[in-house]
Design a protein around this ligand. Structure first.
Ligand SMILES: N[C@@H](CCC(=O)N[C@@H](CS)C(=O)NCC(=O)O)C(=O)O
Length: 293
């Protein structure tokens, strides 16, 4: 495959880089998105097994301030993904480009790098900030149409912080699309913490009844889904009490819900925490991806 000549149904898909890693390939692509009107980057790891037969895929959603590259360079996920035969796709965390509105105050928790995986309904965000549709519909369709190396029907989803909120919320709303979901230090109750209240007020408006569709705690309390979940939380996380509130998630669980929750003394919010437990998350997803061939 040539550097910029991917044989694809999506003619705008352009390969930006292709780097060998643990016998597989760490790739980066750029494409003109349709669910949000701008050019988006995403990173994709293909394990060595993808050369022989289509492999399952795990989507990774990053947190505030990240692009598609933080996970690729800091989590150290490729070694275990290469062993298990799992593709990893990391999208960006918001729409990008000069025409995309940003927070006038340039705060890190609103606008660029802070899409919160919702479809915004309010001006000036509504045209571009459609990360829910981008992650749930556009990327899986693109994978199915453009990457014969991947079996798009075998998918799981995971993420960190804002992306942990995204992964759990998206899985709860689309349980037939994902075999399993997991999160590191997720924002569990965005309707009740400062990061979430700020973002949802701007993106969704003041009417809080519209927020529940994007709130993991609200969704899980009323769910009939039983998608297996794993959550890991560092006890020295600087955002634990004010922003993340995992105790609200545990309290909201319906009886018998298959959530495996792990607390870790001393670990903070950083990618050092993610790198320490990414292997357990990938092995967790592998269990369910293999059980659903
Ligand atoms: N304001 C803080 C919060 C941002 C933050 O901690 N972001 C997390 C996700 S919520 C992250 O993954 N940052 C990028 C990185 O560590 O590579 C900062 O800019 O350091």
């Amino acid at each position: 495959m040539g550097k910029d000549s991917k044989d694809t149904a999506n003619s705008s898909l352009e390969q930006v880089s292709d780097i060998h890693c643990f016998g597989g390939r760490q790739l980066r692509y750029r494409h003109r998105a349709t669910s949000l009107p701008c050019t988006m980057n995403f990173s994709l790891f293909l394990p060595p097994q993808a050369e022989r037969a289509p492999v399952p895929i795990v989507y990774w959603l990053s947190g505030l301030t990240c692009t598609d590259e933080n996970f690729v360079t800091k989590a150290g996920a490729q070694r275990v993904a290469a062993e298990l035969g799992i593709a990893l796709l990391a999208p960006d965390t918001s729409p990008r480009g000069e025409q995309v509105p940003d927070d006038p105050a340039a705060a890190y928790d609103l606008g660029l790098g802070a899409g919160f995986y919702v479809n915004a309904t309010q001006a000036p965000w509504a045209e571009h900030y459609r990360m829910y549709d981008y992650v749930v519909d556009e990327l899986p369709s693109l994978v199915a149409s453009s990457f014969a190396e991947i079996d798009a029907s075998r998918a799981a989803i995971m993420g960190h912080s804002m992306g942990g909120h995204g992964a759990l919320m998206i899985a709860l709303r689309n349980p037939s699309r994902y075999a399993s979901a997991s999160a590191f230090a997720p924002i569990c109750a965005p309707s009740q913490c400062p990061w979430g209240i700020k973002a949802f007020t701007h993106y969704l408006g003041d009417d809080r009844s519209r927020w529940a569709q994007y709130d993991t705690c609200a969704l899980i309390a009323g769910t009939e889904a039983d998608i297996p979940m794993r959550v890991d939380q560092g006890e020295a996380d600087q955002f634990l009490e004010e922003q993340l509130m995992p105790e609200k998630l545990v309290a909201a669980l319906p009886p018998g819900y298959p959530l495996s929750f792990h607390r870790h003394a001393g670990y903070d919010h950083s990618y050092f925490f993610i790198a320490s437990f990414i292997e357990q998350h990938l092995r967790f997803h592998d269990l369910y991806l293999k059980a659903n061939p």
